[in-house]
Design a protein around this ligand. Structure first.
Ligand SMILES: Nc1ncnc2c1ncn2[C@@H]1O[C@H](COP(=O)(O)OP(=O)(O)OP(=O)(O)O)[C@@H](O)[C@H]1O
Length: 976
């Protein structure tokens, strides 16, 4: 067992080391990304761990494993400790009737064995030097015992002191530790030192059960343990009664330095006899499955064929129930989960620890294997937790980067269009308002005339009833002075103008208000969004302000007030003339008649044409000024956006080509670490294919997938590494789909080649690729079905915003039913992350790929070429392509419009479909949804025709075929 545990501890240390390295790489990468500043002094993107993540990772990444043995009795714990070390390091207590009082014991690594007593906090008690000098193989009981309290005064120092044991054992290397709890004292349940010992360690807790039942004291202890450490898992092991004189002799053979240990029930290592374990599953009252191992030991110590007392079963069930009640065991069978299940649970829980995975093992013979497996599980879960924390940081950062890149792409695409839109709309608005100002003159004139005539009686009435405010007129009606007369006239004027102004303004507004929302709403929103991204624009330079001014020119009350003011001016002049021309100018009586007369004369003398002209020219002046201000503001805004977009493009390139791939590599590394912890290395089988970038091997199974294919890629340098990592990320995140070959995982294999580590991409294994299938004579209908499958697959990728960029025969794999799936999403990228790289396989590459500006329609082009092969039914190059001596010549021809030739067997709609698909103008290529519909129609027609032919053929067969017709069916079936 020692070796098993040592292996687990070593593995843990190895993986922890990788994790620490990954954390260092993460920090370095983030530091470098954060140190970059844009021209504006700002960080283009930031990558960081949150405070909580930092804390979580820091506090977990340096932990070392530690086995902590708790138990009902000293003897049981000693037995477990000796089994763990495979040597008798601790003596069995002398008298099993009286439970000895032993202190905490901690075993650590030391090149020379030594003993010491120390207090919590590492203060060594030096008053008992005997302990250190004592040469020992088995530590004497004297050193373990808590001193009897002679004076009735508790010796606290002695009571809490720990026996520190240093010894040379592989388990204790690299900081590993084994600890044994002190004897439980009546009334004191919790073991305070548990927290101290397990601090900065990953505790693997074993509880040695010596009796058939847990006492109240035991249950209290366990309850408290669970309360303080709710995530804890405990391995409960039933230890045989080692203090029984009958078994005592067999406890452990001390054979010198390396003591061999044999468990008392006969389970052995090396040459020891084995126990036959009869495992039976019993159902208790609660329908809970528990496993009860009944022993029929064949070794010394337990009589052969000892009948199992029914009490044993009852006890097991009782113990199970007790632990179930405390909360350690769950009603489900022990959760030694399969790797894939563990991965699933782990991912679902977001990496947090799961509910208790404690176990109860009744048969001590199972201890070595079971405790090693339990240790594996506890340590693995800890590693996974930390790995997942890091992985989440990596993926979150990468996702943010991709989203930022998307936003940047959209910004660069949309901003110039928005500016153009704003310019055009404002131009239209300005023109139409100017036009309206011209046209409106007559309208306004009419408006004024109708308003005046319509309101005439009302206004005169109002004037008659008017009570002066600024002057006191005696009942006789004689004004005190000429200035009183002026004030009276002015008040009547104001009354008239005020009422007219409001009425005219109201009508003007009403006539043009309809335009406001429908015409200007979109424009205002567009300008506002442009200004939101432009942090330099101030209130004064805002285009929205300028636009508001334009709109005010025509609609706002401000204008009408101003128009009113000018109207007032005009009217004032009018009144002056009026006053001079009045016959009763010298001393009129200011009575109702006078008021009515003044108002009537004023209304009569108002010239609508002049008023209307004045209002319109005001509107036009205002419009012109506002339009100029708008154009200037828009120009400034455009200039600022231009500079900003240049910086954005730089940042986007840096994001796409540098930051995202670097973070993707971290994602790949944490994924690989997680997968290798969970599933181990895949075992490579025979070679099944070779591509430009690596060899593909078969693999029986990995991570619950069987069979798999493993593509090995050895990236030559950092750039390739990072790019591959980014591609892996996209591919891995494509949700499962029937028409896409699933990528199951990626493992970095540092032992693959001497030169550089390899990435092993694990995917589902299929039967063959479409190239081989066509070459070996796949029939026409199956080929058509595969073409439909390919279109479905591409459509799915496009729906996720991904472009495949390498659709070709060899990247379509066929399953047992000859259904197609797209693979090799190596060049697959979201459009926002494409940097215009020229990628793909020469004959399938659309001409616009060379302009470096292309979109998802390159996949439609590639499908067109693939469909040519599907319809041709062979894999020879099209004649036109065959004539090209190299790929440059091929591309020149393709750019000139040269395409594969029409073959005799092509059905007209198939030929039409390929021609549409490989159109040189991407915007004329069909939508894949339409392609699929057409392909399905072609398939249906061919299927029906084939059915008819077969029917006809079988009818002929029944009557005997004509000699000339035999053998034609396969050619016939294959003809297109
Ligand atoms: N999942 C798989 N199942 C079965 N065979 C596969 C699988 N993946 C690849 N192959 C086989 O391995 C061959 C090589 O695949 P690989 O993806 O490395 O290269 P390729 O697609 O042919 O070319 P390139 O390297 O240019 O992409 C394929 O042609 C196919 O026959």
């Amino acid at each position: 067992m020692g070796t098993h545990l040592v292996q687990e501890f070593c593995r843990f240390c190895r993986e922890s080391k990788r994790l620490r390295q990954l954390l260092r790489d993460t920090r370095r990468c983030f530091r470098e990304i954060n140190s970059v500043r844009g021209a504006d002094g700002k960080r283009p993107c930031s990558a960081q761990l949150s405070e909580q993540e930092n804390l979580d990772i820091e506090s977990n990444i340096n932990k070392v494993p530690c086995l902590i043995v708790l138990g009902q009795t000293c003897a049981a714990k000693v037995h477990v400790i000796n089994q763990i070390f495979q040597q008798v390091v601790l003596p069995l207590p002398d008298d099993h009737q009286v439970e000895p009082r032993w202190r905490t014991v901690c075993f650590r690594y030391g090149s020379t064995p030594s003993l010491s007593l120390s207090l919590p906090g590492s203060y060594e008690l030096v008053n008992d030097l005997m302990l250190r000098d004592d040469a020992w193989k088995t530590i004497s009981a004297q050193n373990l015992e808590l001193r009897e309290n002679e004076s009735d005064i508790p010796d606290l120092a002695d009571g809490t002191a720990t026996l520190e044991v240093k010894m040379r054992h592989s388990l204790l290397k690299d900081g590993g530790m084994v600890a044994m709890s002190p004897s439980s004292v009546e009334g004191m349940c919790a073991w305070e030192d548990f927290g101290r010992i397990s601090k900065n360690r990953v505790p693997v807790v074993i509880y040695a059960i010596a009796r058939n039942k847990l006492s109240e004291q035991d249950l209290l202890f366990l309850r408290e343990l669970l309360e303080i450490h709710p995530d804890i898992s405990v391995f409960f092991i039933k230890v045989p009664d080692v203090t029984s004189p009958r078994l005592r002799g067999n406890h452990c053979h001390d054979n010198g330095h390396n003591h061999d240990c044999k468990s008392t029930n006969g389970v052995s290592h090396g040459d020891h006899k084995t126990t036959n374990i009869d495992t039976s599953t019993t159902l208790n009252q609660n329908n809970v499955h528990i496993i009860i191992e009944t022993q029929t030991a064949t070794s010394d110590g337990i009589d052969e064929n000892t009948p199992q007392s029914p009490d044993t079963v009852v006890t097991s069930v009782g113990m199970f129930q007790q632990l179930l009640h405390v909360g350690f065991l769950s009603p489900l069978p022990p959760s030694r989960l399969s790797s894939s299940k563990l991965a699933q649970t782990f991912t679902e829980s977001g990496g947090s620890s799961r509910a208790s995975d404690s176990e109860l093992v009744e048969d001590f013979a199972q201890f070595p294997d079971a405790v090693a497996a339990f240790t594996h599980q506890v340590l693995e879960r800890h590693l996974l937790r930390v790995t997942n924390l890091l992985h989440l940081v990596h993926t979150r950062t990468l996702e943010t980067f991709i989203l930022v890149a998307f936003d940047m792409s959209r910004d660069m695409l949309v901003t110039p269009r928005k500016l153009e839109f704003a310019r055009e709309r404002e131009g239209e608005l300005y023109e139409s308002l100017m036009q309206m100002a011209l046209l409106k003159q007559d309208e306004i004139q009419n408006l004024i005339a109708t308003t005046i005539s319509g309101m005439r009686d009302e206004l005169l009435e109002k004037a008659t009833d008017y009570e002066f405010i600024g002057v006191n007129i005696p009942d006789s009606g004689c004004p005190g002075s000429s200035s009183d007369l002026k004030v009276c006239s002015a008040e009547i004027q104001d009354l008239m103008l005020g009422s007219l102004n409001r009425a005219i303004a109201g009508k003007l507004l009403g006539s043009v208000d309809v335009l406001r929302d429908s015409y200007t709403g979109v424009l205002t929103r567009c300008l506002r969004s442009l200004e939101e991204t432009d942090h330099e624009s101030t209130e004064a330079t805002r285009t929205t302000e300028a636009l508001k001014e334009i709109l005010n020119s025509a609609y706002q009350v401000e204008i009408t007030v101003r128009a009113g003011a000018s109207l007032a001016r005009v009217l004032l002049e009018k009144m002056k003339q009026l006053m001079h021309s009045m016959p009763w100018r010298t001393s009129p009586l200011i009575n109702n008649e006078w008021k009515r007369k003044v108002a009537a004369d004023m209304l009569n003398s108002l010239r609508e044409t002049r008023l209307a002209k004045s209002i319109c020219s005001q509107i036009k002046d205002h419009l012109r000024r506002s339009h100029d201000a708008f154009t200037a503001a828009l120009k400034q805004l455009e200039a600022r956006h231009c500079g900003r977009l240049e910086r954005t493009e730089e940042q986007r390139l840096r994001l796409r080509k540098c930051y995202a791939p670097r973070v993707a590599r971290l994602v790949l590394e944490s994924t690989s670490l997680r997968d290798s912890i969970l599933f181990g290395m895949p075992v490579l089988g025979r070679e099944i294919g070779r591509g430009q970038y690596g060899v593909v091997y078969s693999c029986e199974s990995w991570a619950g997938t069987a069979p798999c294919a493993i593509k090995t890629v050895v990236p030559p340098d950092d750039r390739h590494w990072n790019d591959l990592a980014l591609e892996f990320y996209y591919t891995k995140n494509v949700p499962e789909h029937d028409r896409i070959v699933a990528l199951r995982g990626a493992i970095i294999d540092t032992t693959f080649s001497l030169a550089s580590p390899a990435v092993l991409l694990v995917m589902d294994r299929l039967q063959r690729d479409l190239y081989v299938a066509i070459k070996t004579g796949l029939d026409w209908l199956s080929r058509l079905q595969v073409a439909i499958d390919v279109v479905e697959g591409i459509r799915y990728l496009h729906s996720l915003g991904l472009v495949h960029r390498d659709i070709k025969l060899k990247n379509v794999l066929l399953d047992k039913q000859n259904r197609g799936k797209i693979t090799d999403l190596g060049f697959c990228k979201p459009e926002a992350m494409m940097s215009g790289s020229i990628v793909g396989t020469p004959i399938h590459m659309a001409p616009e790929l060379f302009t470096k500006r292309y979109d998802s329609s390159v996949d439609v082009y590639a499908f067109g070429i693939l469909f040519w092969y599907v319809c041709a039914g062979h894999t020879q190059l099209p004649y036109a392509f065959e004539q090209c001596q190299d790929k440059e010549m091929l591309w020149t021809s393709v750019k000139r419009g040269i395409r594969p030739e029409r073959l005799q067997q092509f059905q007209p709609d198939c030929w039409e479909l390929m021609n549409e698909s490989w159109d040189g103008n991407p915007s004329r290529r069909p939508l894949l949804g339409d392609v699929e519909v057409k392909l399905r129609a072609i398939y249906r027609r061919n299927y029906d025709e084939q059915g008819k032919k077969q029917c006809h053929h079988s009818q002929r067969l029944s009557t005997g075929p004509l000699p000339s017709e035999t053998g034609l069916s396969s050619v016939d079936m294959d003809s297109i």
